[in-house]
Design a protein around this ligand. Sequence first.
Ligand SMILES: C[S@@+](CC[C@H](N)C(=O)[O-])C[C@H]1O[C@@H](n2cnc3c(N)ncnc32)[C@H](O)[C@@H]1O
Length: 253
Amino acid sequence: MTRGFRAYMDGKLTLAPLENPKKILEIGAGSGAWVIQAAETYPDAEVVAVDVSDLPPRPFPSNVRFVKHNVIEPLPFEPETFDVIHMRALLIHLPDVRKHLAHFATRVRPGGYLIVEEISLFTSKTTPPTPQSAVYRKAWGAFVDHMHNNGQQTELGNLPDQLLRDMGDVWESVEGRTLEVPFNPLSDDPNLNILGKSLRTSLMRAIMAEQIPERVALGLTPQLQEEYARDHDSSDPASTTIVPVRLYWAKKA
Ligand SMILES: C[S@@+](CC[C@H](N)C(=O)[O-])C[C@H]1O[C@@H](n2cnc3c(N)ncnc32)[C@H](O)[C@@H]1O
């Protein structure tokens, strides 16, 4: 997924106007791809990766440090520690999004940035509705219902711009953009098409990943997984799925 975001951002780490940050934190670092890019972009910075799961075994630059931590608990860093805190596809996983976001904000130094990027699985649309889109909706419906039943605030996590603005004068400014990302290469913007392809592949992996009994009970059956896998690679431009992606950053007052 990071490859797609990177292509969309013309190879940049973020659209936020960073000024030579010295301490960078990524929460929910996943594959570690973003922290590697951050460490290479800012070789003088200390880059901290936090995740509840271990990072995959891959080489990391020497200025990357991993801290295994569940961010439902307070972050193990002093207030105003970081010039930049970044998260992508994390908020939808958290049980009390507003509370956690408010806590993360305390770890940003004045003038620093909190960067939040989210994929709105819930509000995807298709043009026009087709059998393929029905399979997409069914599969993601069950996946998201399962997250919801686990107490994850998927709908709220989808809306980082609104959540950041709701925090009021914590921030000097909140900026960013919402993209409408097509799974099929329909956009005039080739970079948006690369992001779409990368999202399509990542979301496919998520749907195919595991057969969790609760998800199967909610309708994400092995049969639906198979249908999803079959239809998902369709390059029929008439039946694309469009997923909103929100890229926002807030500057600390
Ligand atoms: C959908 S993945 C996104 C990974 C990466 N940011 C990316 O864009 O590819 C969400 C990540 O957040 C981590 N995560 C979810 N809940 C967490 C929590 N409570 N504390 C720390 N990490 C968490 C997961 O382990 C996973 O690596």
